[in-house]
Every structure is written in C-alpha cells, then in structure tokens.
Design a protein around this ligand. Structure first.
Ligand code: ZN
Ligand code: ZN
Ligand code: ZN
Length: 298
C-alpha cells in the first residue's frame, strides 16, 4: 500500500504592491546576508536572502518581474510596479537567493552567515552568526552598564573541580576597578588565579564575575590549607601589584566558615521524589531507579 506523498510545507511572500507572489519550500536554507558593493547600491544596504533551488521557487505575476544583469555572473529581480527587490541568481547555476523581506516578519529564521563582509560599509554592524562565544558574552555585559529596578547587570562564570566534599571555608571578595582598563587587568589576574585554583585538589569551585566596575568572587575550599596553597601562587603576585602600585579603587576580602551545611537534594527523574543525596547513594529510596549524579556542593 502506498501512502500519498505529503505536500511540502511552503512559505509564501510578496512584493510591496502585491502583484508578484513567491512560494518556496519552508526548509529553504536560513538567512545569508550579503554586504557586497552591488547589494549596497541596489538595496541601499545589505541584502538578506533565503537560498533555494531555482526549480523549487514559484513566482506568480511574473509579467511584472524583470531580471537585471547586475554583474557578468549575476542577475537580480525587481517588481516593475513597486520596485521591490525580489531575488538574486547566478546566471549559470541552479540556485536562487530570494529576499527575506518578502516574507512574514515573524519568519522563524536566523542569520546563518554573512558574505562579502570586506565590502561592508562602516556605518552598520553585521548581524552576528553562530553561537555566542564567552568573550562576546562578557564584552556585551561590560560594554555599557545596564541598570534596572535597582539592580546592575553584568556577567558571572563558574569554574568547578570534581571535589565532592562539603566546603570547609568560603572566600567572599569584591574588588572595584578605577576604570575599564583596570578591570581588564583584574580580569587577566583572575584568569590566572582560576587556573591555579583548578590545580589545587582541595578547591571546590568559584563563581566570579563583574557588574560594572565591581568584580566579585565566591570561592569554596575543602579547608583553609587548600585555599592558602592556591593563593600562594599567582594570587600573591596580584596582591603585590595591588599594594605596591596604584592599582584598583577599592577591595575587600573575607574567609568564612559555615555555621551549618545543609543537605543536597536531587529530584528522581523517574518518580519525582526529592532525595537527600549527601551520602551519594545512587538509587532512589522511593522507586529504586538510578538517581542523577550528585552535584558538587558549590
Ligand atoms: Zn510590486
Ligand atoms: Zn551582494
Ligand atoms: Zn524515584
């Protein structure tokens, strides 16, 4: 028994005056943005397009559509009535690039890549593509302080060992940079410190970051001896600069011992029971299924 072929899902768009309509498969590749000099002149700026096989793109109202040879290798389509830029296609080639602007504003697509970035004018930033890198995330968080509802926003990062022991001491610190250049200097020290910490077996984890010019750390250690061993490394160099030079606006450090360390509770993914896993038992007491791995304390 043969099942009828499922009709392909399509997206539909149109030019500004509506005389030209276009349909193409909805799986058409995500958005490519061209910044070339031809696109700048023809579109007034970059050209965002969906790439598809020519054979898969169907035009209606083609009598209003003109192809213009914009370069020896490419031609461009526009509507003769309203002037909407519709598409670009290589003269020899099976593909066509259709203007994203013809489709619904809510089209669920992201920019996949930018091309001809070397011809991009300086007055706009190319849309970002791909996942955000840590450097980009931090740069965004630090670029301009964002304040709302009494809070200042910044970034935090966590670096953790696999040490599952409960913390015996917690170090809480903050440090204020005089300006953005000092903040970068503090961050460079901090990167080196975190490397040292990760090499210390008694290190549990650190959560650290910046909001505006204020950096903070919350660092958990198995005991004070572990903390002292780690701080004797690069951290001691940073301290020398801090007290020996005009470096940082203000600073506070502290070391805390716990009044009470409560249990870690982990939810059983099978039955939903919240299990006390301090002793690292791996089976749910309620249903017997395996529990997720016990997290480290901090
Ligand atoms: Zn039109
Ligand atoms: Zn272009
Ligand atoms: Zn369970």
């Amino acid at each position: 028994m043969s099942s009828p072929a499922t009709p392909r899902e399509e997206i539909a768009g149109s030019c500004h005056c509506g005389r030209i309509r276009v349909r193409m498969p909805s799986e058409a590749t995500g958005i490519v943005v061209c910044h070339c000099a031809d696109c700048q002149r023809l579109h007034g700026n970059a050209f965002a397009m969906l790439v598809a096989d020519r054979a898969d793109v169907r035009w209606e109202g083609e009598e209003h559509l003109r192809w213009y040879r914009s370069s020896p290798a490419n031609e461009r389509a526009f509507c003769c009535e309203c002037g909407s830029r519709l598409a670009k296609r290589p003269v020899d080639g099976a593909r066509v690039m259709v203007s994203v602007g013809l489709f619904d504003r809510a089209l669920p697509r992201k920019v996949l890549k930018g091309v001809w970035l070397e011809q991009k004018p300086g007055w706009y930033d190319a849309p970002r593509t791909g996942p955000v890198t840590p450097d980009e995330l931090v740069a965004t968080a630090l670029a301009g302080p964002v304040e709302a509802n009494g809070a200042q926003y910044g970034y935090a990062l966590r670096a953790a060992s696999t040490n599952k022991k409960p913390p015996g001491v917690i170090a809480l610190t903050w440090i204020t940079a005089a300006d953005a250049a000092e903040r970068e200097r503090i961050r460079a020290h901090s990167r080196q410190n975190v490397k040292d910490f990760l090499e210390e077996p008694g290190f549990v984890s650190i959560v650290t970051g910046f909001t505006g010019l204020r950096g903070f750390t919350v660092t958990a250690w198995e005991d004070e001896a572990a903390m002292k061993r780690a701080l004797a490394k690069h951290h001691a160099v940073a301290m020398k600069e801090l007290f020996g030079e005009r470096f940082v606006a203000s600073v506070w450090t502290s070391v805390w011992t716990p009044t009470r360390v409560n249990r870690i509770w982990v939810r059983c993914t099978s039955c939903g029971a919240l299990e006390d896993v301090n002793d690292d038992h791996r089976a749910c007491a309620k249903c017997g299924d395996a529990l997720p791995e016990r997290p480290v304390f901090w």
